[in-house]
Design a binder for this molecule. Structure first.
Ligand code: NDP
Length: 284
């Protein structure tokens, strides 16, 4: 039987510690970390994510603003809005909630955010820093997974890691972070052959594909650490991961639940990176 990785509990603890660091920063440097989230349109899932981010930011003592703009906003107007926050020194982090409406070029938007304020770590400058072994701002979901793995004392050096999924926001940065800790990493995707066999070679298996309960016991070696990034709805509309938890849990040594695993850590890393960005402005 696996030990559950309590992402929610860890996130709460880290956010409480962060609130103390924020109070200290305020006292010692008269700086309050500021996070602005720009939400385009009224996608219900995005509304929920943004609401959670704002609540957590305020609870940790941040200055927090959510700018809601209609999905009819032009690309030019959106870029102008980003420019305004790029030069506003009271904000240290800028996040544009994805996905964006089709008429807006996502890459142009990500490029417009100052790399120093790119707390999502999606700007090519920050991606490049990560891949060259000098990470500054790292995509929050893989950063949160690394924090969880560390908190649970998982040894990565020399271990075999398989990451299923190769998106820019999860799979690729995840692989790089695991490699930085000296794991031997394979990235799998929809064209990978013999996926169950490959996954069974993993000491650490990270799944980020967006397919409900796709990873069954055939994919998992006994004693593996299983990290489930997926957020899907099952046939009954219940939130579930990419891993078939009931099948895999008896085999794994450690496993993240959905919900309550990776998700809460993502927001925690967003706040932590905003705090770090604010800290970098001290004494400049
Ligand atoms: P993307 O859709 O951007 O990428 C999915 C990846 O999975 C692609 O690389 C795709 O391969 C691969 N894939 C899809 N189906 C299969 C398959 N059958 N076998 C092998 N590989 C497959 O998704 P994201 O990375 O953005 O998100 C993945 C999941 O994680 C989603 O459920 C999302 O909701 C969740 N998520 C959760 C977060 C959290 O905080 N908990 C944060 C971010 C995401 P290919 O490249 O070949 O198409």
């Amino acid at each position: 039987m696996a030990t559950l990785i309590d992402g929610k509990g860890l996130a709460n603890r880290l956010q409480e510690e962060l609130a103390e660091k924020v109070a200290q920063m305020k006292e010692e440097h008269a700086i309050v970390p500021g996070l602005v989230v720009i939400l385009v349109g009224d996608d219900p899932a995005s509304q929920v994510y943004v609401g959670n981010k704002e609540r957590s930011a305020l609870a940790a003592g941040f200055k927090s603003e959510v700018v809601r703009v209609p999905d009819t906003i032009s690309q030019e107007e959106l870029l102008a809005l980003i420019s305004k926050y790029n030069v506003d020194a009271s904000y240290h982090g800028i996040l544009v909630q994805l996905p964006l409406p089709k008429h807006i070029d996502e890459e142009a938007v990500l490029l417009a955010i100052s790399p120093e304020k790119d707390v999502d770590g999606f700007h090519p400058m920050n991606m490049g820093r990560l891949w060259s072994g000098h990470p500054v701002m790292v995509p929050c979901t893989p950063a949160g997974i690394m924090a969880m793995v560390e908190a649970y004392g998982v040894e990565l050096a020399g271990k075999r890691a398989v990451v299923i999924g190769r998106s820019n926001i999860v799979g690729k940065p995840m692989a790089q972070l695991l490699m930085d800790k000296n794991a031997t990493v394979t990235i799998a995707h929809s064209r990978t052959q013999n996926l169950p066999e490959l996954a069974r070679s993993a000491d650490i298996l990270v799944v980020a594909i967006g397919q409900a309960k796709f990873v069954t016991k055939e994919f998992v070696k006994e004693g593996a650490v299983v990290i489930d990034v997926g957020m899907n709805r099952d046939d009954n509309g219940k939130l579930c991961g990419d891993v078939d938890f009931d099948e895999v849990e008896p085999l794994a040594s450690l496993i993240t639940p959905v919900p309550g695993g990776v998700g809460p850590m993502t927001i925690t890393m967003l706040l932590e990176q905003t705090y770090q960005a604010a800290m970098r402005t001290v004494n400049i």
